[in-house]
Design a protein around this ligand. Structure first.
Ligand SMILES: C[S@@+](CC[C@H](N)C(=O)[O-])C[C@H]1O[C@@H](n2cnc3c(N)ncnc32)[C@H](O)[C@@H]1O
Length: 275
């Protein structure tokens, strides 16, 4: 037990060394795949987003290296798909953007393009949080007029949601029990304080849990293609995104087919939408 804790600490420290983070993903793939999980070498390639901005958001890190409660690994969401999803939000200037399970912070870096007045990432792995902070500071140096990014190292299921208008971004951070616990946090937070609230769920493998909540309603769902220049930098050619709002939120329905059925392609790991 003690050995496990010490080795976790050593790995977390080494994770902030960019070449280690990338290498650990590649070297441990065999072990990860032998657990029946899905990995594709495309995640290991240096993404054009990183080449353009000089940041480090590429790579794949298996969940078991990130923390004892982490069931899914790290991989960055596709920038083109994040941008399309953020375009659906009608009032970014009035919302705090929060990525729960922010990993190396790619969605946070993209959120700086949209005028959110506050941008926060919460990440359980101290090693990935350190990389996210470094990326945030590279972006702040390049774009000093944009909103600063805050990174909090914490378990997102225990994080108290800020009581202001929020856009919460999720890309597969939780397993089913954690997602259920997280929904409980959302419902309690909405009871405490009514405000504009959106959840953007990228690869919504537990969409059913949010669909079943009386506090939320689905407003948007789309299977979004990768930008052509990003093909080959992730394992697929399209990814699913579903957006919920709190009930009673008066904003007009954005385009998309909100009622599209979510099909689970790989249990807990891959969801796709069918019209
Ligand atoms: C698939 S990655 C997504 C990273 C980032 N959101 C993105 O889209 O590029 C999921 C991340 O969630 C993190 N995570 C898993 N469980 C968590 C928890 N309970 N609290 C905070 N972060 C968690 C993992 O360490 C991993 O970095």
């Amino acid at each position: 037990m003690r050995f496990k804790a010490v080795s976790h600490r050593i790995i977390q420290s080494a994770m902030s060394i960019p070449w280690f983070a990338r290498l650990s993903g590649s070297v441990l793939i065999g072990s990860y795949e032998s657990r029946g999980a899905r990995h594709h070498a495309e995640w290991g390639r240096l993404h054009p987003f990183d080449q353009l901005y000089g940041v480090d958001t590429s790579g794949f890190v298996p969940g078991f290296l990130l923390g004892s409660t982490v069931r899914t690994g790290y991989a960055g969401a596709q920038p083109g798909i994040i941008r399309k999803a953020l375009t659906v939000i009608p009032d970014p200037q009035q919302c705090h953007f929060l990525d729960l399970g922010c990993g190396k912070g790619r969605p946070l870096l993209i959120a700086t393009e949209f005028g959110f007045p506050a941008i926060t990432g919460v990440e359980i792995s101290p090693g990935l949080a350190r990389i996210a902070r470094r990326n945030a500071s590279i972006m702040a140096d390049a774009y000093p007029d944009r909103t600063r990014i805050d990174i909090v190292t914490a378990d997102a299921t225990k994080y108290r949601l800020p009581e202001e208008s929020l856009v919460v971004f999720l890309y597969n951070p939780f397993d089913r029990p954690l997602m259920e616990r997280f929904l409980g946090n959302i419902e309690a937070s909405l009871r405490r304080s009514r405000r504009t609230f959106y959840i953007i769920y990228y690869n919504p493998v537990f969409a059913g849990i949010l669909d079943a909540s009386s506090a939320l309603e689905r407003r948007y769902a789309a299977q979004i293609p990768y930008d052509p220049g990003e093909l080959g930098y992730g394992p697929d050619a399209t990814d699913a995104v579903v957006i919920w709002q709190n009930r009673g939120n008066p904003h007009p329905l954005p385009p998309g087919q909100p009622d599209a059925a979510v099909t689970i392609v790989v249990p807990d790991l891959r969801a796709e939408l069918t019209a």
